[in-house]
Ligand binder design. Structure first.
Ligand code: ISE
Length: 333
């Protein structure tokens, strides 16, 4: 059996997903893809052997040959396209964030609840990253005792031209909002956002420092800098009452050159999270085949976006903002 995938969006992430599906995921056929830039879609189709290039996203979603849809188009398109997938009764893996606002995420939850089954998975791929998976297993084993602090660093080499300080929260730090909920197994209830003094106070993208509290009182802090200047770098240390556990980025080689010994940083997130993206896609395809669901749900997508929204309010006010979630529907356990 093969799962026929329709892909919407062939930019950096969409093209990466297409390559991973074509070369590293079993039981899958890239049936159709589309992009606002038709030439870009055609080039990715040729490279990955996708069967056809569709004129627009709805043609992909409603193509009877497409079993499941992968959405990797810009954030503001996620809401309408995910709803269209639910209306067509097709499983969908939507890139993060599920939608930029919590209201839009709630529309998606309402549609899924009305349908009575989960079709939506959100691309919070860190849940499949071997380093985070090991960190969670260590915490859950109980040997380190109760978790106290989760310290996170998230630096990108340089922000794309269309990025701004709000996206540092709603598009970038949402990863830590999702992964800390997943790791600690509880909701985040408040957030405060600080910004350090920099040499360029008028910059469109400034670094942010988030301090979040969980329902039981654990603390999560995140340094997020989209113009980190040296490479893609994600760090995390979970400090518990009897010990601590840190993430290690995959390292395959070490260079000795010019009297220096060291490893290099990737230019973006794809190499750091290559295994996570592959494992996420494989798990999604298996779930589609089995008619089940896996990974981050629409509820998780909603919760992360709601934390992001509270983060934007906290950034604007300079005060801590409370995070209030709606009642979790039974569908999400
Ligand atoms: C990007 O959209 C991602 O998802 C990356 O993982 C993250 O590091 C980056 O900051 C985001 O803009």
């Amino acid at each position: 059996m093969t799962v026929n995938i329709g892909l919407i969006g062939t930019g950096v992430m969409g093209a990466d997903h297409a390559r991973t599906l074509a070369t590293q995921v079993a039981g899958v056929t890239l049936r159709a893809l589309t992009d606002a830039d038709a030439a870009r879609a055609k080039a990715v189709a040729v490279e990955t052997g996708a069967h056809s290039v569709a004129a627009d996203p709805l043609a992909v979603i409603n193509d009877p040959k497409v079993d499941a849809v992968l959405i990797a188009s810009p954030d503001h398109t996620h809401h309408d396209l995910t709803l269209a997938c639910i209306a067509a009764g097709k499983p969908v893996l939507c890139e993060k964030p599920l939608a930029p606002t919590s209201r839009e995420c709630l529309d998606i939850i309402e549609a899924e609840v009305a349908l009575g089954r989960r079709l939506v998975q959100v691309g919070y791929m860190r849940r499949f990253d071997p380093a985070y998976v090991e960190m969670k297993a260590t915490l859950d084993s109980g040997k380190l005792g109760q978790a106290l602090f989760f310290h996170c660093v998230h630096r990108n080499l340089s922000a794309p031209p269309w990025f701004d300080s709000k996206m540092a929260i709603s598009n970038s730090a949402v990863h830590e909002m999702d992964i800390s909920r997943w790791l600690l197994g509880e909701e985040l209830t408040s957030i405060q956002v600080f910004q350090p003094a920099t040499s360029d106070p008028g910059a469109t993208v400034s670094p942010v420092f988030l301090v979040m509290r969980t329902a039981s009182g654990k603390l999560v802090n995140v340094e997020n800098n989209n113009n980190g200047g040296y490479g893609y770098d994600v760090k995390g240390e979970l400090a518990c009452e009897k010990g601590a556990v840190s993430l290690r980025a995959p390292i395959n080689s070490e260079i000795s050159f010019g009297q220096v010994q060291g490893t290099s940083y990737p230019a973006d997130w794809r190499p750091r999270f290559a295994a996570a993206y592959r494992l996420q896609l494989q798990a999604w395809v298996k779930a589609v085949e089995a008619g089940t669901s896996t990974g981050a749900s629409a509820w998780d997508g909603y919760a992360a976006s709601a934390v992001g929204e509270a983060g934007l309010a906290a950034l604007a006010s300079g005060q801590a903002a409370a995070i209030k979630l709606e009642t979790r529907p039974k569908l999400y356990g």
